[in-house]
Design a protein around this ligand. Structure first.
Ligand SMILES: [Zn+2]
Ligand SMILES: [Zn+2]
Length: 390
């Protein structure tokens, strides 16, 4: 079969690889109908996350039709149309029983590697480094889905792929980021990043009762999509001082909650940006945590900083003094996608949200290398690419 594989920094290629097979009785094989490129795939593309190996199949946002099930799979049968959650979760461990699915104890065969860096290992993920399991991803014609009963959601035929595909990651990710803000009536929520996760965080914050949402970005087309589709106000950080502007907009209090939907590759103008870039290039700093710094400084006293953006390692100049003295709450984590699948499908089915508004490009799987370039460089007003393997 064809699959989009990682070969090094800025080098992905669609090549022939062996088709997946059932390896465990809890597995299913899914024939992919739609798969997306995620902002977090760009961190791999840019060579910033260790333990990728040449030939690894990328992709953790995908859906399709079940073509084979293992003998222990009870909820699925051949022919079911499913969307797949990006964390691989057993459904039965200490964490899964508490619905903290992205923290599953049982699905990362390379847990010892992640433990060295993080103290404990999170769940295994599709197409996201050997440190997180080395599982083949879904930018391919077929994929093996371990613990298929736990990690899949059957989707109704009347909804299109583009309406339900993002249940695999970015819709739940934006939603959990907003839910983590403990939004109260009258709240203002600021969201750094009008990428796909930022868009869903903005939309979700308003669905969860925020009075006002402010999106922060620098690309006019992304800001326009946010304004039109989520109801957020937007500010351009290249045209204003973000802190001063947020204070002006909130009567000097600061936003009640701040969401960092950017993560480790923040674009940072000026001296501090040069500092982060240099240290990241020399491997002296894992991330460029500029947005996190801004969010901590801007957040209202007693407010919440919610971090769906991906960070990888050890970072400098995080204003812990502000965090402590302003009594801020931090909430973060890889998304517990399985926890959100049913309720968010409900919000789609009821028409409360149509997640397809973020799709700007649909391309055949063969064009994945070009799609990565478009998405990385924000060319052709690219916000989200859906790849079609069949
Ligand atoms: Zn993703
Ligand atoms: Zn588990």
């Amino acid at each position: 079969m064809k699959a989009n594989c990682w070969f090094g920094k800025r080098d992905v290629q669609v090549v022939d690889v062996p088709e997946p097979a059932i390896l465990n009785s809890h597995d299913a094989i899914v024939k992919i109908t739609s798969t997306a490129i995620c902002g977090s795939d760009l961190h791999l593309y840019n060579g910033l996350v260790p333990t990728m190996e040449k030939g690894d199949i990328l992709g953790h946002e995908f859906m399709g039709d079940v073509v084979e099930v293992g003998s222990a799979v009870t909820k699925l049968k051949t022919g079911d149309r499913v969307v797949v959650a990006f964390p691989i979760s057993c459904g039965n461990c200490f964490f899964c029983r508490r619905e903290l699915f992205s923290l599953c104890e049982n699905t990362n065969p390379n847990a010892w590697l992640a433990q060295k860096l993080f103290g404990h290992s999170p769940a295994g993920l599709y197409g996201y480094t050997h440190m997180l399991g080395g599982f083949a991803g879904g930018q391919a014609e077929y994929v093996r889905v371990p613990f298929a009963d736990v990690g899949t959601l059957k989707v109704p035929d009347q909804l299109s792929d583009e309406q339900v595909l993002f249940l695999s990651d970015i819709f739940p990710t934006g939603y959990m980021a907003a839910e983590n803000c403990n939004i109260q009536a009258g709240d203002t929520v600021a969201v750094w990043g009008c990428g796909p996760v930022g868009q869903f965080a903005m939309k979700s914050a308003l669905m969860l009762g925020a009075e006002r949402v402010i999106g922060i970005d620098r690309f006019p087309y992304r800001m326009n999509i946010a304004r039109k589709n989520t109801g957020a106000e937007v500010i351009n950080y290249e045209k204003c001082d973000v802190y001063e502007t947020l204070m002006d907009m909130t009567g000097g209090l600061g936003p009640d909650a701040c969401i960092d939907a950017v993560g480790m590759e923040a674009h940072v103008p000026g001296v501090i940006g040069a500092y982060d870039r240099a240290k990241q290039a020399m491997m002296l700093e894992a991330d460029r945590p500029h947005v996190l710094r801004q969010a901590i400084l801007a957040c209202r006293k007693g407010g919440t900083v919610s971090i769906p953006g991906v960070y990888g390692g050890f970072d400098d100049k995080i204003p812990l003094g502000a965090l402590m003295n302003k009594a801020l709450t931090f909430k973060t984590g890889q998304t517990h996608v399985q926890h959100y699948l049913e309720p968010l499908l409900g919000r789609i089915s009821s028409g409360e949200i149509d997640p397809s508004f973020i799709v700007t490009h649909e391309m055949p799987l063969e064009d994945a290398p070009r799609a990565f370039e478009l998405f990385l460089n924000k060319q052709d007003d690219c916000l989200k690419v859906v790849l079609k393997p069949h």
